[in-house]
Design a protein around this ligand. Structure first.
Ligand SMILES: *Cc1c(COP(=O)(O)O)cnc(C)c1O
Length: 360
C-alpha cells in the first residue's frame, strides 16, 4: 500500500488513523456482526453513533444548548436554497460575494426573494475580502450571508462582517473545525463535510433554535424544512449514516490532537511553511492579498501556463496529487486541510524548490 500526499480541495484527505479504524470495523462493527453501512439507522448501536458524533461536535465548538446541530444531505449547495426558503420571512437578504460559492448562493436566493449583493471582490477576481465594517445592510434583511473561507480563491474572513444586528449566515465548508469558532456570532453556520471532516454526502448545519420555525416560504418541500430535521434529531428519514459515522471518528481524532486550538496552531504552522516559500520564491507567486490568506486553500501560479501544467504533471509523478488549480482560476492550488500532515507541506515546498531551480 502506498498513500500519496493528496492536496485535493474536496473530497479531500482524511486522517489515516480514521481510515484505518474504519477499515478495522468494516465487516464487524464492535461485535455487531455487520458494517455500519448495513445497520438500521433506528438501531440502538446507530443511535449511539449519531448521538456521540453530535456530542463531540458540540464539545469541540462549545455549541450552546440554544443551537441545534443537524446532519443533513444534499451537500453545501442544497443549503443555498434551504437557507432562503426557511429564513426569508421578509423576502430580503444581503449577500457578500467573495467567490464562486457565495455567488451561487446569492444567485439561488434570487429565486426566492430579493437578494442584495452588498459587497463583492469580483473586481479583482476574488483575491481579497472587502471591508465589511460598515456595509449598506438592508433595514428589512432577514440575514446577511457570507462564505467564510473561499475554497477556490484561497481567501478567508479574518473578521466577521458588521451585520448591524442582522442574523449572520455563514458557509464554513472549507474551514470547518480548522480553528476555534464562536458559534454564538452566527444565526446559522453550515458546511459540507467533504473538505475538512468526512466523506461527501453530509452537510452539518448549526442553527440558533429560535430561527427554526414552521414559518417557511410556501411550497418548501418537507425535506427542506429545518424544523422537520431538528424535531427528528436528523433521523426524519434515513440519514447519510456511514458518512456521519466517519465524521464522528474525525471529531474524536481532533479531540485527540488537542482540540481546535491545537488544530489552529498546526494549520498556521503548515500554512506558514508554504506562504513563506511563496513570498521568497522567484518563480511561484501566491494569488491572494496577504491579510486575507486562507490557512486551508493556497492558490499559486508561475505566471506561465505551460510551466503550471508541467508543475502539475511532475508533482503528480512525485506523489503530490491534485495540485491543479480550480478550472475557473488556473494555476495551482494546494489544499492543506486538518488531515494534511506537516510532512506533506514540507514535501511540497521541497518539490517546488527543486522545480524552481530546474526551470529558471
Ligand atoms: C465545496 C464547497 C461548496 C459546495 O459543496 P457541495 O457539497 O459540492 O455542494 C460550497 N461552499 C464551499 C465553501 C465549498 O468549499
Amino acid at each position: 500500500m502506498s498513500r500519496v500526499y493528496n492536496f485535493s480541495a474536496g473530497p479531500a484527505v482524511l486522517p489515516e488513523e480514521v481510515l484505518k479504524e474504519a477499515a478495522d470495523e468494516m465487516l464487524d462493527y464492535r461485535g455487531c456482526g455487520m458494517s455500519v453501512m448495513e445497520m438500521s439507522h433506528r438501531s440502538k448501536v446507530y443511535d449511539d453513533i449519531i448521538k456521540t458524533a453530535e456530542a463531540d461536535l458540540r464539545s469541540l465548538l462549545s455549541i450552546p444548548d440554544d443551537y441545534e446541530v443537524m446532519f443533513l444531505q444534499g451537500g453545501a449547495s442544497q443549503q443555498f436554497a434551504m437557507i432562503p426558503m426557511n429564513l426569508m420571512k421578509n423576502k430580503v437578504a444581503d449577500y457578500i460575494v467573495t467567490g464562486q460559492w457565495a455567488k451561487k448562493a446569492y444567485q439561488e436566493a434570487q429565486i426566492y426573494g430579493k437578494a442584495n449583493k452588498i459587497a463583492s471582490s469580483e473586481d479583482k477576481t476574488f483575491s481579497y475580502i472587502p471591508d465589511c465594517s460598515d456595509l449598506p445592510i438592508s433595514p428589512d434583511a432577514d440575514y446577511v450571508y457570507i462564505c467564510e473561507n473561499n475554497t477556490i480563491y484561497g481567501t478567508k474572513f479574518k473578521k466577521l462582517p458588521n451585520t448591524k444586528g442582522k442574523t449572520l449566515v455563514s458557509d464554513v465548508s472549507s474551514c470547518f473545525l480548522s480553528e476555534p469558532m464562536d458559534v454564538t456570532k452566527y444565526g446559522l453556520v453550515y458546511g459540507g463535510v467533504q473538505k475538512n471532516i468526512g466523506p461527501a454526502g453530509v452537510v452539518i448545519v448549526i442553527m440558533k433554535k429560535e430561527l427554526i420555525t414552521e414559518d417557511v416560504l410556501p411550497g418548501t418541500p418537507t425535506m427542506l424544512r429545518y424544523k422537520i430535521h431538528a424535531d427528528a434529531k436528523s433521523l426524519y428519514n434515513t440519514p447519510p449514516a456511514y458518512g456521519i459515522y466517519i465524521c464522528g471518528k474525525v471529531f474524536k481524532w481532533i479531540q485527540k490532537m488537542g482540540g481546535l486550538e491545537a488544530m489552529k496552531q498546526r494549520n498556521e504552522e503548515k500554512a506558514k511553511i508554504l506562504y513563506d516559500f511563496l513570498d521568497e520564491s522567484s518563480l511561484f507567486k501566491g494569488t491572494v492579498v496577504k491579510e486575507d490568506r486562507s490557512l486551508m486553500n493556497v492558490p499559486f501560479i508561475t505566471g506561465n501556463e505551460e510551466l503550471d501544467a508541467k508543475f502539475v504533471k511532475e508533482s503528480k509523478a512525485a506523489g503530490l496529487e491534485n495540485l491543479k488549480g480550480h478550472r475557473s482560476v488556473g494555476g495551482m492550488r494546494a489544499s492543506i486541510y486538518n488531515a494534511m500532515p506537516i510532512e506533506g507541506v514540507k514535501a511540497l515546498v521541497e518539490f517546488m524548490k527543486k522545480f524552481e531551480v530546474e526551470n529558471k
